[in-house]
Design a protein around this ligand. Structure first.
Ligand code: SF4
Ligand code: SF4
Length: 117
């Protein structure tokens, strides 16, 4: 385990995230409203990329915060860079957990809507 990982409690092993399109239509925003209506779901925005985050710990995470399959861990885990991770660079990530936070974000960063879909 990287020594920089010893204090965070394995944050990056307690969710998974999928990149989504930046919302540009009313339909996109409605989808995001729907995602955020679920427990343990958030949206985060990092370097202009939008991601759907699902809070659910990995099956391979041991109680001591270590990976039980470290030598065979998935490629995405191998590529995860502790120097750019969500724990050490949290300030670079805007996380949206509620509809109110989404509304506030959209007021600050209006989405140019493409259509009425
Ligand atoms: S990479 Fe970052 S989030 Fe993941 S365990 Fe290490 S310090 Fe925590
Ligand atoms: S496979 Fe291991 S490193 Fe990857 S998310 Fe699960 S516990 Fe973490």
């Amino acid at each position: 385990m990287n020594k920089l990982c010893k204090t965070c409690g394995a944050l990056c092993c307690k969710y998974f995230a999928l990149e989504i399109d930046r919302p540009t239509t009313r339909g996109d925003l409605e989808n995001i409203r729907w995602y955020l209506s679920h427990h343990k779901v958030a949206i985060f925005i990092q370097e202009k990329g939008w991601y759907l985050k699902v809070g659910n710990r990995c099956k391979h995470l041991a109680g001591n915060g270590r990976c039980k399959v470290y030598d065979e861990r998935p490629a995405i885990c191998r590529k995860h860079n502790v120097l750019e991770c969500e724990y050490h660079y949290r300030s670079a990530v805007r996380e949206i957990r509620t509809l109110k936070q989404l509304e506030r974000y959209l007021q600050e960063n209006p989405v140019r809507r493409k259509g009425k879909k």
